[in-house]
Design a protein around this ligand. Sequence first.
Ligand SMILES: Nc1ncnc2c1ncn2[C@@H]1O[C@H](COP(=O)(O)OP(=O)(O)OP(=O)(O)O)[C@@H](O)[C@H]1O
Length: 254
Amino acid sequence: MTSPSPALELQHLRKTFSGRPAVDRLSLTVPPGELYALLGTNGAGKTTTLRMIAGLLAPDGGDVRIYGHSVLKEPLEAKRRLAYLPDDPMLYGKLRPAEYLEFVAGLWGIPAAQAAPEAERLLRWLDLWSHGSELTEGFSRGMKQKLALAGALIHQPSLLLLDEPLTGLDAAAARQVKDALRDFVERGGAVVLTTHIMEVAERLSDRIGVIRGGELIAEGTLEQLRARAGHAGAGSLEDVFLELVQTPDADVVA
Ligand SMILES: Nc1ncnc2c1ncn2[C@@H]1O[C@H](COP(=O)(O)OP(=O)(O)OP(=O)(O)O)[C@@H](O)[C@H]1O
């Protein structure tokens, strides 16, 4: 899974809606084996950024490179390496979990017989194997979220983009998803996720990027962000985050 290229590179990314910048001059790099949390207040530009990385929204400027491949110039090469899990993933209610994974694998051109062992591994890993005979329409929110995660992983991507993956999950389901994400990065994959849950970013991520008004205003480990916000060695991420987003003259890092 490792590669000399960064898993993700954003170069001066920009998107404007009706004359208002939603994402502006956003540059960041995520190496393989890293979990990067993108934090920002409502409307800061997080989802817009993920949608541009996933190739679902065309940027007005800049570029996105995935393992060295430009999403704009080499979309197939780039997209094959990534999976995007939106905050409201769509499942097909009349399918059983393995059927859903077979369907998603088919969209990637993976034959059912080839996908089946990976589907079983993912369903067992996420504790859904025992629900194999149930239709997904009867699944709880946590079960649906875990199945959507399995669907995102079925083609064995190296970069995983997740928009608010833990919202609404109970403690057990959230733990399973967190463990799955850590496991994914420990095996060399890269994860970029957005979250409003500070505890998730604090405990799960290797580095954190803070965006405000579409611009990256701070980036680093929790320690580095603390130092930047003037909290030497102390202060929760929530304190540091609020200080950074509420300081009007916080420098833009990129
Ligand atoms: N399709 C669109 N058309 C017009 N404006 C949009 C569109 N998508 C996003 N925006 C605007 O772009 C800005 C950034 O939105 P975005 O959804 O990226 O924020 P976010 O950080 O994900 O917010 P939240 O935490 O609330 O999900 C907001 O001002 C939003 O209203």
